[in-house]
Design a protein around this ligand. Structure first.
Ligand SMILES: *Cc1c(COP(=O)(O)O)cnc(C)c1O
Length: 397
C-alpha cells in the first residue's frame, strides 16, 4: 500500500494520540530502516529504546519463529519454561537477590511496583503508609496511576480525579523534604528519559539510597528506559552502585516484543491473587527476551558494548564541540545520550532536517536531542549517521 493511501486510512481509523510522521517504513536491517521508496535511514532512536538488538535480527526472529510454532501462550496458571529461565537470567546477570513479575509494558511494570509499595506500606508498621514520592520532571507511564506518578503537571490535564498518595519532589535533594510518616516509597529514574537525559549524581543517589534504607522507605528505580544494557550495565542501578528494593524494566528487554518486568528483593510481598496479568510472561515474549539477553550479555562480556558506547559518545562530543553555537552540552549515560540544543525552535529544525537527510533522532524534554541507538549498532552505521548529521547542520545555522 502506498504511503498516501495508508496515511489517509490511519487518519480515518486510528485515534490521533501521536503527532505522527507519515513516513512508511517497510524494512529494517541492523540500525537501518528503509521506506517504501527505498530511501534508507540510520535509526538513532530504536523505536524509543526498544529495538535493542537492531532491526531484522535473525537470531531474535528465529527464536520467535521456533517458539511460535510450538506454544505462544498457555497462561500463568501453568509452568512456563522460558519465563522461569528469563527470571533466573535477569536475577543472575543483575547480581541482585530478587524475584521477578512479568507484565506487558513499562507502565504496567510500574503499576506492579506501585502495588508492591502500597502493600509494603500497609503490612509494615502501625500506620498505613501510602505516599510515594516521585520527581517533577519524571515519566512513568500513561495509565491513570502511572500518569499521576509522572510529576509533569501538563500531563495531568483532563484525566482526574487521580488516585491519592503521590507527592512530587523538585529534584533528588528535595526528596528528604517530602518524606512524611506515611511515605512508603520513592520511585525515580536515574537518567530521566523524557526529562532531558541528565544522569543524576552518583554520590547523591547513593546518599539517598542510604537515607531511605534507614527510614525503611522503598527505593524503586524505573529502568523502563535505562535498563537492559542501555546504560552500559544490565541495569543503571548497577552503574550507580545501589541495590534498589524494586526495579522496573521493559523497553529493550524483548527487542520489540511487548514485555515488562518488575524485580524486587521483597520476594514474598505478593500472595496468589494480589497481582497478575493474562499475557504477562507468556512463552512468546519471554522466549524473545531470553534470546535478546543472550545476545546482549555476550556483547557486554566481549567488551564490544563498551567500545560502541565509547565510540558513539566521542562522536557526539565532537559534534557538540564543532557546533557549540547550536549544541550547548553533551549529556547521558551509556547509549542513552543527549545534546542540549540552544532553543526549542532549533531543536525542531534539527530533528526535521536530520530526518530529511536520513537519520532518526528523538526529542527529550523541551530542548534535548535524544540518541538511543540499538546496542548492536556497528561503527560503519555510526559513522554514516554522524556524516549525515554534519551535513544536516549546514541547514541549521
Ligand atoms: C517509556 C517509559 C515508560 C512507559 O512505558 P510504556 O511501555 O510506554 O508503558 C515508563 N517509564 C519510563 C522511564 C519510560 O521511559
Amino acid at each position: 500500500m502506498n504511503a498516501q493511501t495508508l496515511k489517509q486510512m490511519d487518519l480515518d481509523y486510528v485515534l490521533h494520540t501521536y503527532a505522527r510522521n507519515y513516513v512508511h517504513f517497510v524494512r529494517g536491517s541492523g540500525a537501518r530502516l528503509f521506506d517504501e521508496m527505498g530511501k534508507d535511514y540510520i535509526d538513532f532512536g530504536s523505536g524509543i529504546a526498544v529495538c535493542s538488538v537492531g532491526h531484522g535480527n535473525k537470531r531474535l526472529a528465529d527464536a520467535l519463529y521456533k517458539q511460535a510454532q510450538n506454544l505462544i501462550h498457555t497462561s500463568n496458571l501453568y509452568l512456563i519454561e522460558p519465563q522461569a529461565k528469563l527470571a533466573k537470567k535477569l536475577v543472575e546477570l543483575s547480581g541482585y537477590d530478587m524475584r521477578v513479575f512479568f507484565a506487558n509494558s513499562g507502565a504496567e511494570a510500574n503499576e506492579g511496583a506501585l502495588k508492591i509499595a502500597r502493600k509494603f506500606g500497609e503490612v509494615n508498621g502501625e500506620l498505613k503508609r501510602y505516599q510515594i514520592i516521585t520527581l517533577d520532571s519524571s515519566f512513568h507511564g500513561r495509565t491513570i496511576s502511572t500518569l499521576k506518578a509522572t510529576g509533569q503537571d501538563k500531563m495531568h490535564n483532563y484525566f482526574g480525579p487521580f488516585p491519592d498518595g503521590f507527592v512530587y519532589a523538585k529534584d533528588l535533594n528535595d526528596i528528604p523534604n517530602k518524606i512524611s510518616n506515611v511515605t512508603c516509597a520513592v520511585l525515580l529514574e536515574l537518567v530521566q528519559g523524557e526529562g532531558g537525559i541528565t544522569p543524576f549524581n552518583k554520590q547523591e543517589v547513593q546518599d539517598l539510597a542510604k537515607l531511605l534504607k534507614e527510614k525503611n522507605i522503598l527505593l524503586m528505580v524505573d529502568e523502563v528506559q535505562t535498563g537492559i544494557y542501555r546504560s552500559g550495565e544490565l541495569f543503571a542501578s548497577q552503574a550507580y552502585g545501589i541495590t534498589p528494593d524494586v526495579i522496573t524494566t521493559a523497553k529493550g528487554l524483548a527487542g520489540g516484543v511487548p514485555i515488562g518486568a518488575v524485580l524486587t528483593s521483597l520476594k514474598d510481598i505478593f500472595s496468589p491473587s494480589d497481582h497478575g496479568s493474562t499475557f504477562g510472561g507468556n512463552f512468546l515474549s519471554t522466549a524473545a527476551a531470553l534470546e535478546v539477553l543472550e545476545i546482549l550479555s555476550a556483547l557486554k562480556a566481549s567488551g564490544e558494548l563498551d567500545k560502541t558506547i565509547a565510540y558513539f559518545s566521542k562522536k557526539l562530543q565532537d559534534l557538540q564541540k564543532n557546533h557549540s553555537a547550536i549544541f550547548t552540552q553533551e549529556v547521558g549515560l551509556g547509549l542513552m545520550r543527549g545534546l542540549r540544543v540552544r532553543d526549542a525552535e532549533t531543536l525542531s529544525a534539527f530533528l526535521e532536517s536530520s530526518f530529511n537527510n536520513g537519520v532518526l533522532v528523538l526529542k527529550s524534554g523541551k530542548n534535548t536531542a535524544r540518541f538511543l541507538p540499538s546496542l548492536t549498532i556497528t561503527k560503519e552505521e555510526i559513522d554514516l549517521g554522524f556524516e549525515r548529521l554534519e551535513f544536516t547542520l549546514k541547514d541549521i545555522y
